[in-house]
Design a protein around this ligand. Structure first.
Ligand code: GUN
Ligand code: FE
Length: 441
């Protein structure tokens, strides 16, 4: 139904970055990529697919498409205080700032305003798929699902579960109620039949959940074949506390394994202090890690050794972890991932730093693998949904300057390191244009 011609950059299984100049890509009525071939084939393609070559949308020389970015870990409810409150370590930060704010989402008007802002912002930043934590409130979490659907963002939505150690009196649930509300959340969200929005079982982390609650959540995930998300080994004090809370478990990973929560549809945020033995278990089970470098630095949590995670063949993606991470942009996550890897290289000269190309792959194809969506999104393969960003480096006020001789690969590298939402001129999810926003929004 629509055909674009110009430069496309994406990752594949074999290559962290492929920049394809003068390619033609067709999007069909279902929003899927119908063909993706070299420009010289355009005549035969137009016969085969029945389009007029004069209807082709030709990109400018300072423009290109990249796949939509996948934020594998973001707290929608914390967006309102992103950019502030970064002066305490994790457990104090949760108690002092985070839980009191999350409590406000009992108020649906408040939730509607805040959730609309985060969905708008992340879409503008090029996040076509987001894996969200909401709060403990079922109705506000359902509202986040409706808002993502309204704006056309692909999203996994988690109603947060926590029945102990909240340290804020009103911000926790009873074990039974939490299980029932998760059931209700899953049922009601699935009943809406949103095309791109799905529930994800969300124990906050082992510290917040009793053994009984964790088991019940494992059962719900299994019965409905759902995604699971949580946090793991983010901070040394957290790891120690989990050891004390679960003396019968051999590791933090073992806590989730024993409760049926480490599956091939599980995404665990952070993982800075996972041992090689634990990474082996992740690999065996097909569970994934979300690397959240901004948050890890901002809360002085730790530095994930990405090389070691990749060596263990564990599925890996990037997350903003707003608001532990102060930026909601996946471009920031790419930059911070490279920074963290270089910081680790200063401590260990043997270590190979992460390249911008590898970070780009983590933000796109890697994220799709983490969320088990790689048969549907992640790059420009025929048959996948067209989730894509149209990038233009020559817009008014562009933060990037180009010079004669900047080839397409250099232009992409400059965008990844210097660009922002002003350069992301159009965003598509499943073939539908979602940015710029329709006037009604
Ligand atoms: N661990 C448990 N809850 C949270 C959270 O909200 N943010 C981060 N960064 N880590 C957590
Ligand atoms: Fe988090």
């Amino acid at each position: 139904a629509r055909v674009y011609r110009g430069t496309f950059a994406h990752s594949t299984r074999d290559s962290a970055l492929r920049v394809l100049t003068d390619f033609v890509l067709g999007v069909n009525e279902q929003g899927k990529i119908a063909f993706f071939e070299e420009g010289q084939n355009v005549e035969s393609l137009s016969h085969q697919w029945g389009f007029d070559t004069s209807d082709i949308e030709q990109l400018g020389s300072h423009e290109f498409f990249i796949p939509g970015m996948v934020d594998t870990h973001i707290h929608a409810s914390q967006y309102i205080f992103s950019g502030t409150h970064l002066d305490l370590p994790l457990l104090d930060w949760l108690k002092t700032y985070t839980f009191p704010v999350e409590l406000c989402y009992e108020d649906l008007d408040f939730a509607k305003d805040a959730y609309t802002k985060v969905v708008r912002r992340t879409l503008s930043n090029g996040t076509t798929t987001a894996c969200y934590f909401a709060t403990i409130h079922t109705d506000a979490s359902l509202l986040l699902g409706r808002i993502a659907d309204d704006f056309g963002q692909r999203a996994l939505i988690g109603k947060v579960c926590m029945d102990r150690n909240s340290m804020v009196p009103d911000y926790k649930e009873l074990t039974e109620g939490c299980k029932d509300e998760t059931d209700r959340f899953v049922h009601e969200l699935l009943k809406k039949k949103y095309a791109l929005v799905k529930p994800v079982v969300t124990p906050r982390f082992a510290i917040s959940c009793s053994s009984s609650l964790l088991s019940n959540l494992g059962k719900i995930a299994k019965n409905y074949d759902l995604h699971i998300q949580s946090h793991i080994s983010e901070n040394k004090h957290e790891v120690q506390f989990v050891k004390e809370l679960f003396p019968d478990c051999t590791s933090y990973t073992d806590v989730y394994v024993k409760h049926g929560l480490l599956t091939d549809k599980t995404v665990m945020a952070h993982g800075c202090y996972l041992t090689d033995e634990e990474l082996k278990i992740f690999h065996e089970r097909g569970a994934a890690v979300s690397h959240c470098p901004n948050s890890n630095i901002s809360l002085i949590s730790g530095m994930l050794n990405v090389r070691n995670v990749l060596k263990h063949k564990v599925k890996l993606g990037l997350g903003t972890d707003v608001a532990g991470g102060y930026s909601s942009s996946m471009l920031d996550a790419i930059r911070r991932a490279v920074d963290t890897s270089k910081a680790l290289c200063m401590q260990d000269a043997q270590l190979q730093p992460l390249s911008y190309k590898e970070a780009f792959r983590l933000a796109t194809l890697g994220g799709s693998e983490v969320l088990s969506l790689d048969d549907c999104i992640g790059n420009f393969a025929v048959g996948k949904d067209f989730d894509a960003l149209r990038v233009n480096l020559c817009v008014p006020g562009s933060p990037v300057d180009l010079f004669p001789g900047d080839d397409p690969e250099v232009i992409l590298e400059k965008f990844l390191n210097l660009g922002d939402d002003r350069n992301i001129v159009e965003v598509y999810v499943a073939g539908k244009q979602v940015v710029p926003f329709p006037d009604s929004y």
